[in-house]
Design a protein around this ligand. Structure first.
Ligand code: SF4
Length: 487
């Protein structure tokens, strides 16, 4: 999001037309992590028992962006293409808790936050705030909602209007909503600046006169001006120096206690999530794949993607650094054309082989990756044989097919495949010698189709649900790896 967009969004949240908004904070080092007692308290009254109605309830939220959807595209007969940024996301946030939303860049975290605040119109689904559907609110109710639900953006340098003094920036939401007299507003601004650790002597200074951490504090003060109940903190610490991240995170925790705030914290930084959140939702390619209490999820992650994310965190001790680490293969697929079934299956090291197939897990993963490349036409057939094999009119001369197959096999696999798998795969590779991609796809699909590509596992219910077939019926088969053995 550009600086202007951030300011516009912030202004909209505060109910203004030209406003400015906040910035975030945070960090792992030097903060105090949530005690398990805190965490238990939240989960006992929320997901575990359902005894308390959530403050925010997100139900099957969808946000698609459309490409090729201009008038010109339509005149030229183009079909609109949906980019599924958020695709059926559901979670609850309970009063006083901090729910973390974590995932790689581009997974839909920020779009989820903006859409639930109604800064973007949803494609589908429902968001309830205090039991009321925010997408069906009339103008008066929307104004109230925007006072109660504020946002702190990532970038402390672009989210504050450089032409306004910080006093005016913090006061702006109060002016727009016509809160109190001029003197009362000024007094509130002074109070807020002191609460976030800034001096009231700085009221008439401009944002460029402050450090990144101080700007975040200004943004937080502005977000608190209308006494909200709920804040979306969108990567609040990622633009800050490590040395100030912890200070701003601690400030957010203190303010939460002081003002009874409820937070949705969006971050790709697991150390930030661990230190400030009560529960965590893990997002991958527009979907939530696991939600659980923070300590439980960090100590006993269930979804292979969560495990991989935790594996990717640099280790503090020499002993930890030296232990074997599983790494994820491949890139995140495009949300324009997400994989069928489980969206993580193109990278999952535990993808489930067919029930009756004799195969090692690692071999199956390699074959699935090769299938993926064939289905995406991601192999340059012309270059396989170099200058030794002619590739003319889309075909290799029949005498050269065995050599072509061997070379392509070497290119796709670290080690030659064992036994029957070599035969099946080489049959498909021979079909590529004639550029018959469909035949190669079909040969491999018949032998190696996984339940993970046929069916979306769905998130399930309970205090720690996970969207993975390993925890369903398919996970009880002989070929399904025990998730506890992969860590
Ligand atoms: S459903 Fe299959 S591919 Fe998806 S995470 Fe589970 S094992 Fe991996």
């Amino acid at each position: 999001m550009s600086s202007d967009e951030q300011r516009e969004h912030a202004a909209e949240t505060a109910g203004t037309e030209s406003g400015v908004d906040t910035a975030g904070s945070g960090a792992g080092a030097g903060t105090t992590s949530r005690s398990s007692a805190d965490s238990d308290a939240h989960t006992t009254t929320s997901a575990a028992t359902g005894a308390e109605a959530p403050l925010v309830s997100v139900q099957n939220l969808e946000k698609y962006f459309w490409e090729n959807d201009s008038l010109l595209d339509r005149l030229l007969g183009g079909e609109p293409v949906a980019v599924r940024a958020v695709d059926g996301v559901s979670f609850d946030i309970y009063e006083g808790e901090t729910l973390g939303l974590v995932g790689e860049s581009g997974c839909g975290k920020s779009t989820t936050g903006e859409t639930l605040l109604r800064l973007q119109e949803p494609t589908g689904g429902r968001v309830e705030f205090g039991g009321e559907n925010v997408y069906e609110m009339d103008n008066g109710a929307v104004t109230d909602f925007r006072q109660s639900a504020q946002v702190v953006f990532q970038d402390p340098f672009s989210s504050l209007d450089p032409r306004m003094t910080i006093g005016d920036i913090v006061q702006q939401p109060l002016d727009i909503h016509d809160v109190g007299t001029t003197d009362e507003r000024r007094a509130r601004v002074r109070d807020l600046l002191e609460r976030v650790g800034l001096s009231t002597d700085q009221l008439d200074r401009y944002p460029h006169e402050f450090s990144g951490g101080q700007r975040q504090r200004i943004g937080i003060a502005r977000a608190l001006a209308l006494e909200p109940e709920f804040l979306v903190l969108d990567e609040p610490t990622s633009a800050l120096d490590v040395s100030v991240q912890a200070q701003v995170l601690n400030l957010l925790e203190d303010l939460q206690d002081e003002f009874d705030l409820t937070y949705l914290l969006i971050s790709h930084d697991l150390s930030v999530i661990r230190h400030i959140c009560d529960r965590v939702a893990v997002m991958y390619l527009g979907e939530i794949v696991e939600i659980g209490p923070v300590e439980e999820l960090f100590d006993d992650p269930k979804h292979p993607y969560t495990k991989a994310l935790l594996e990717s965190v640099p280790r503090a001790t020499t002993e930890e650094r030296e232990r074997d680490r599983e790494t994820l293969a491949g890139d995140v697929p495009s949300p324009r054309d997400p994989p069928s079934g489980c969206r993580f299956r193109t990278r999952c090291p535990m993808v489930i082989p067919p029930e009756d197939l004799q195969i090692e897990q690692e071999t199956f993963r390699e074959i699935m990756t090769a299938r993926e490349r064939i289905e995406n036409r991601d192999i340059s057939l012309e270059t396989v044989g170099g200058e030794q094999i002619e590739f003319e009119d889309g075909s290799v001369p029949s005498a050269d097919v065995p050599a072509f197959v061997d070379l392509l096999h070497e290119r796709l696999f670290d080690e030659p495949l064992p036994g029957r798998h070599r035969e099946v795969v080489d049959e498909a590779l021979a079909e590529l010698a004639d550029s018959d991609w469909e035949a190669a796809e079909s040969t491999l699909r018949m032998e190696y189709e996984s339940v993970c590509e046929r069916e979306n596992p769905g998130l399930g219910e309970g205090a720690h649900p996970v969207a993975c077939h390993l925890y369903g019926e398919a996970g009880t088969g002989e070929n399904a790896i025990d998730p506890d053995t992969w860590s």
